[in-house]
Design a protein around this ligand. Structure first.
Ligand code: MN
Length: 747
């Protein structure tokens, strides 16, 4: 035993906490008593004390003493996730082994194997996150692996990340962007898969606030403005229902919280609708207090439909058929006598806790065998995901994972009556792969509810599905567009890659024969350079185009000859069509090209530089926007808005190429911006708008595109502005035009 170990033991036994820390410890213990089923005070006291002692003298980026971080993480574990006392001890000590003198052996000796095991897991994951060279997808796989080991490690990691996100403003901007992107891309989907709705929502909102502060503030302000009206509406709507509930002796609470900010944003961008048009910004939730049961939920449903007319297609019974993450509730949408649609969710207190805390709520509610069964089912899912480790497919996997998470589920039946859960939009092909990969590979047709249907037809909840298979292998690469499950997509991608490899091998042979006849001998490395000059990312892609006849091998011969003799390729010799066909195949950075210029206008990493730059066309940044630079393969800088969806992708795949940039004070040029206008159609509206813009506001208008339909008018205006202030001025002036309902910047 080392002397250090002895110190820890002595310190733990002899130390007297100062009054301030004693208060913090007592508060924590009180919270544990309130939220946990079982609480070992001695264990938690000891963990708190060691956490305090070992982090002494260290501070966080905010300047606060370091031990407050593990303390806050622990409070999240207790109050917002609701785990057990062993997890509480592990949360208090989660950074000790990595950041302090305390060793894993010390922890094992003082706190036992389980706490040591959890902290070991936390230390390992944190190592993965610190290693900059590791791509996000691999990190994700590691997270999943540690989950299969002990799910509590990941739950504590969620709490750790949540507290780091809550205090992210103290970090440098570039770090903020990386952490926020990672949180949005990895942690939020995983929290969703665990069903921890409250934490998933906060992950998304805090990331969104970091990545797009302007968008976040806009929606937050709109929500505040509507708060009183929303509350008044809810109480009026609930009046008749509450009367019935009370006279029948129900005990209940009502929640009418709005959707979280990021989900509103996602809806606005996905449906291209202004804030006001997203009618279901909130759902009214009726929570029946203990000891009400699921039968009571149905009675409440009948009270609601006594007062309002339900829309049958929007009824969902997640009580009889819970979602895969354990969510249970009744959902119905009704129409008021003023024609407004309102979504109502009915559930018991226990169902509500599972809805908010998801998987973690099992630690509280489910006991013994049932708990084991649920945990095993989850671990099985993780194992299944990890079963086919194809490292090149990690990024694709994460994309599939996210795709599957945010879609709703449908429930279909096998011929034997087995219930299969699939994402919405699934086809019989997905179903076939879900049953067995061999069935997917040999599928010929499907029978849905007894009728033969094409394999590509979308399934509905309640369908009974039978797959008709042939003897032969029958995979069709075109199916990739008709499947939504990870299993089916992964198998089809693998198949497509095999086919591509064949074609590109053929292309390589064609080239080898031609080269031999022309007497050319060129090492592969040199050939790769020529492929790049021809705008191909690799020789494999070039050979693929040769093999499939898209690129003429004769042109490659000419290019090689001119490269060998002059050290460069003449444009004319590669041939116009060759280059253009290559570029539409691979959409390289070129389609972002814009007018650009040298960088008088931008401050790069805090200093003026002479780098060439251009503005990304996908998001058209204008001065005042939050921006970021991305060094392209050609060595110039593409400028994107931080809120641009491509930015997120770039941070994810190529974080090292990001540079911090900001606008200089005087740019002195004009920038393109699009504005969307929605309103009532009337005679002269377009001319009113255009004269307001060009005469009153002295702003250049590049184009107007208008459609009108049943009295409504929708238009997109492209104008030239100096900066964001200029744009805001135009938007706020347009809002005052008679009949105009909504004006907003459009991407
Ligand atoms: Mn931490």
């Amino acid at each position: 035993m080392s002397t250090e170990n002895l110190n820890i033991k002595e310190d733990l036994d002899s130390v007297q906490l100062a009054p301030a820390q004693q208060v913090e410890l007592n508060n924590l213990l009180n919270e544990c008593h309130e939220y946990l089923q079982h609480c070992d005070d001695e264990l938690i006291t000891k963990a708190f004390t060691l956490s305090f002692l070992s982090h002494q003298g260290n501070a966080r980026a905010s300047g606060e003493p370091y031990y407050l971080h593990p303390l806050e993480v622990t409070r999240i574990v207790v109050k917002e996730i609701g785990m057990d006392d062993v997890s509480v001890a592990a949360a208090l000590l989660h950074d000790t082994v990595e950041d302090t003198e305390v060793s894993l052996e010390d922890i094992r000796r003082e706190f036992g194997d389980v706490v040591a095991h959890l902290i070991d897991g936390m230390t390992k994951i944190s190592g993965v996150f610190k290693n900059k060279g590791v791509k996000q997808a691999e990190t994700f796989m590691k997270l999943l692996l540690s989950m299969a080991d002990d799910l509590r490690v990941v739950l504590i990691k969620f709490a750790d990340r949540l507290h780091n996100m809550r205090t992210i403003q103290h970090l440098p901007r570039k770090k903020q962007l990386n952490i926020a992107t990672e949180t949005m891309e990895l942690f939020a989907p995983l929290a969703h898969r665990f069903g921890i709705y409250n934490i998933k929502s906060e992950f998304e909102d805090l990331s969104f606030k970091t990545l797009d502060p302007t968008g976040y503030k806009f929606i937050a302000r709109k929500l505040r403005e509507k708060k009183d009206a929303r509350e008044a509406f809810i109480s009026k709507f609930m009046e008749p229902v509450e009367e019935q509930l009370e006279s029948s002796g129900f005990r209940f609470t009502i929640k009418g919280r709005p959707k979280h900010i990021y989900s509103i944003y996602r809806k606005m961008t996905r449906q291209q609708k202004p804030f006001e048009e997203i009618y279901d910004l909130f759902a009214i939730r009726i929570i029946l207090l203990d000891p009400h049961t699921k039968e009571d939920c149905w009675r409440v449903y009948s009270f609601i439909t006594d007062s309002y007319t339900p829309i049958p297609e929007r009824f969902r019974d997640f009580i009889s058929v819970p979602k895969a993450n354990g969510y249970q509730s009744l959902h119905t949408t009704v129409i008021t006598n003023t024609g407004q649609k309102v979504e109502v969710q009915i559930r018991t207190e226990q169902m509500d806790e599972i809805a908010e805390k998801g998987f973690a709520a099992h630690w509280r509610y489910k006991e013994g065998a049932k708990k084991e069964e649920d945990i095993n089912r989850f671990v099985d899912w993780v194992r299944d995901v990890l079963d086919n480790p194809r490292p090149d497919a990690a990024v694709e996997f994460v994309e599939d994972f996210q795709l599957n998470l945010y879609t709703d589920e449908i429930y279909v039946f096998s011929p034997k009556g087995e219930l299969i859960t699939l994402p919405k939009g699934a086809t019989p092909i997905d179903f076939a792969f879900e049953i067995h990969s061999e069935i997917g590979e040999r599928a010929l047709a499907a029978k849905v509810n007894g009728k033969i249907v094409p394999l590509r037809q979308k399934l509905k909840s309640g369908d009974q599905v039978e797959i008709i298979t042939g003897k032969q292998f029958n995979l069709n690469p075109d199916w990739i567009n008709d499947v939504v499950t990870h299993k089916a997509r992964a198998r089809l991608r693998q198949f497509i890659k095999q086919k591509e490899r064949k074609v590109s091998d053929q292309g390589r042979e064609i080239w080898a024969r031609k080269a031999e006849r022309a007497g050319i001998e060129l090492p592969d490395q040199e050939l790769a350079k020529i492929a790049n000059k021809l705008k191909y990312p690799s020789t494999q892609k070039l050979f693929f185009d040769i093999g499939s006849g898209v690129f003429d091998v004769g042109k490659l011969v000419k290019a090689v000859k001119s490269y060998v003799s002059k050290g460069r390729i003449d444009e004319a010799e590669t041939g116009e069509d060759a280059v253009s066909s290559a570029t539409d195949h691979y959409q390289i950075a070129h389609d972002l090209k814009n007018t650009g210029g040298t960088s008088e206008g931008l401050i790069l990493n805090g200093e003026l530089t002479d780098v060439r730059y251009s503005y990304a066309r996908c998001c058209n940044p204008i001065p005042g926007d939050d921006i970021i630079g991305f060094i392209s393969r050609e060595g110039d800088i593409k400028i994107h808005r931080v809120s641009c969806k491509n930015t997120r992708h770039l941070i994810k795949t190529d974080g090292e190429r990001i540079v911090d940039i900001s606008w200089a004070r005087n740019i002195g040029s004009q920038f393109m911006a699009a504005i969307r206008v929605v309103g009532e159609d009337r005679v002269g509206l377009v001319s009113d708008l255009s004269s307001l813009i060009s005469k009153t506001l002295k702003t250049n208008m590049k184009s107007v595109n208008v459609t009108s339909d049943s009295g409504m008018f929708e238009g997109t205006l492209i104008i030239m502005v100096e900066d964001i202030k200029h744009l805001d001025k135009v938007i706020s002036r347009l809002q005052k035009v008679e009949g105009i309902k909504e004006v907003y910047r459009y991407e």
